[in-house]
Design a protein around this ligand. Sequence first.
Ligand SMILES: NC(=O)c1ccc[n+]([C@@H]2O[C@H](COP(=O)([O-])OP(=O)(O)OC[C@H]3O[C@@H](n4cnc5c(N)ncnc54)[C@H](O)[C@@H]3O)[C@@H](O)[C@H]2O)c1
Length: 264
Amino acid sequence: MDITLTGQVAIVTGVGQGIGREIVKTLAAEGVTTVALDINEGDLASLDKELSEIGGEHVQYVCDVRDGARIREIVADVDARFGRIDILVNNAGVGGDGLVSELSEDVWDLCFDINVKGTYLTCQAVLPIMKRQRRGRIINAASFAAIVPIVGSAAYAGSKSAVNQFTRALAGEVGPWNITANAYAPGMVPTTLNHFTERDQAEQDRLLDTLTLRSWGEKADIANLVCFLASDQARYITGTLIDISGGKLATQVPRLAYEHAGAL
Ligand SMILES: NC(=O)c1ccc[n+]([C@@H]2O[C@H](COP(=O)([O-])OP(=O)(O)OC[C@H]3O[C@@H](n4cnc5c(N)ncnc54)[C@H](O)[C@@H]3O)[C@@H](O)[C@H]2O)c1
């Protein structure tokens, strides 16, 4: 299958760490001109060095995705510089734990402001350009928590459910311009967001027991999906939530298969 992205322009948010950093580097390796946004300036400087080694055009902007004026300014700058925006990946996101009985308004607001409002603001900003082109790919990070939440994740799971439903509503609006909008639900990819691999072994095993493939996800798994969704090969996919979680809870007790197989 030919996934040709060469010459396209992609905006990716939350690129300083974790999955977003991998997404932007994978797109760059595919010949995409990358526009990388993060709130953390220091991480952007080290990313710049890595992108220079990969080659191709790339530009980074310090940006808090909650800041609509800043996003519009960046999008205008990118349009003036490159004349197009083909791909938008809304990866920036934060967690926020707490039982509802104890959950602070600050945690609630942080999750919804960054995860949901940030996604809405960037989508709104790129739409005039994608409509002008009569083509665009919008790809939003939801979470497996949008499908089945874990106890203590009301703010995060609620926000990621909102990202999913926002994405579907958006897909419904932009079809006439040949713009697709999809969300993806990563399962368990160890990053600074979750510190999965730093937990004690019993806790790691408890989490791995929920996965049909019983191994941690890799950042590259997500980056490869994003490349596919950005490509012409995915032209007929829109308004969907793609579960990329190693079959998290695909069956009620995934661990049973490993016990039957004598693999534990
Ligand atoms: N890692 C997983 O297993 C997993 C599972 C489900 C969903 N996700 C989602 O995938 C996305 C990436 O997760 P990750 O694990 O790589 O997280 P991470 O914490 O490693 O990286 C998040 C990045 O977003 C940036 N960021 C945070 N707030 C920002 C803001 N206001 N404006 C701009 N940038 C901001 C951070 O600086 C950081 O570079 C998130 O949306 C997350 O909810 C991840």
